[in-house]
Ligand binder design. Structure first.
Ligand code: SF4
Length: 321
């Protein structure tokens, strides 16, 4: 690991230059520093900032501080009762020790598990723009089938962000130009020709909190994660569904996918198929087909398309039963 300067931030009015990094739980950054993938000259520890609370919002939603630990958020009574999909997604991620350290803001910003990205002996456009993408013709079993480009096909690894995408969360950030709100749907970028730029945050901006909107009475939700082993493993395909059923018909539904896209993947195509229709397996299958219609398999990851369809159908069946 390269030597770096360590300081602690006392207020949220802290600005970074491009060679600096914020440190919260450290579950991504410290790993990547040990691998020399991240080599900041300066690390600003933000753990003393007062951003560690979960509070109700005036409109009946929830405000989650950026430093709320994943385990605290997953086990928060309001999250378990009303935002079940979020609690389930958080508890499906990593290990208890990691969840005790990992934070809400850090989880949104965690970096890909692409093997080539994490090994500096390989080229990688995300790590070093213009150097190449060995995953395109290499071993790409864990890579994306949605949202990729010829520059990068890395998946976003977060479970929490997939649930938050289905919940239509809003990210609040503060930087030199002031505060702003970004709908999570507009927060992440697909790689295109700039895979090193993963989201719309400016280099000096800090995520301060995330808000979850109030859910209509009767809304149900569920997160299903399919992976190689039952614990401590990233998703090969996952589905987050938030749904309101009236009688036998789906009044409103939000669907997001993990493990298959270059960002937490909201499927408006699947939602459009379902809204106003009976909660029936045939419609679930049509929605799953719509969600994966644009998928582009690589040599080793074609199985993810069927896996994601199964995840969607199964999750919809469970949450509407
Ligand atoms: Fe790098 Fe993306 Fe290619 Fe992986 S898929 S090697 S992260 S450019």
């Amino acid at each position: 690991m390269q030597a770096f300067r360590y300081t602690q931030a006392k207020t949220v009015d802290v600005a970074l230059d491009p060679g600096q990094r914020f440190l919260a739980g450290g579950t991504t950054l410290v790993d990547l520093m040990k691998l020399n993938v991240e080599t900041p000259h300066s690390v600003v520890d933000i753990n003393l900032l007062p951003l560690d609370r979960v509070e109700p919002t005036p409109d009946g939603g929830l405000k989650v501080g950026a430093l709320v630990r994943n385990s605290d958020l997953a086990n928060h009574a309001d999250v378990k009762a009303r935002y079940t999909v979020l609690s389930e997604a958080l508890l499906s991620g990593a290990s208890p020790q990691l969840r005790n350290m990992a934070t809400t803001g850090g989880n949104l910003l965690q970096r890909t598990r692409c093997y080539y990205y994490r090994d500096i002996n390989y080229a990688c456009n995300k790590r070093e723009p213009g150097s190449g993408c060995p995953a395109q013709d290499g071993f790409n079993r864990i890579h994306a089938v949605l949202g990729g480009s010829d520059q990068c096909v890395a998946t976003h690894p977060s479970d929490m962000a997939v649930a938050m995408m289905a919940l239509e969360a809003v990210v609040h950030a503060k930087g030199a130009k002031g505060e702003r709100q970004i709908a999570l749907e507009n927060f992440y970028l697909t790689p295109g020709t700039t895979p090193d730029k993963e989201n719309v945050l400016e280099p000096d901006e800090l995520i301060t909190y995330v808000t979850l909107p109030r859910l209509a009475a009767g809304t149900r939700s569920h997160y299903l994660k399919l992976r190689d082993r039952a614990q401590y493993e990233f998703a090969l395909a996952s589905a987050a569904v938030v749904v309101q059923v009236e009688g036998s018909r789906i009044r409103r539904v939000r669907i997001a996918l993990g493990g298959v896209g270059t960002k937490p993947w909201r499927s408006k195509e699947a939602e459009a198929v379902l809204e106003g229709k009976p909660a029936h397996t045939k419609n679930f299958e049509a929605a799953a087909a719509a969600a994966m219609r644009g998928a582009k398999p690589l040599k080793y990851n074609g199985f993810k398309i069927e896996l994601a369809k199964q995840a969607i159908v199964r999750t919809l069946s469970m949450v509407t039963a």
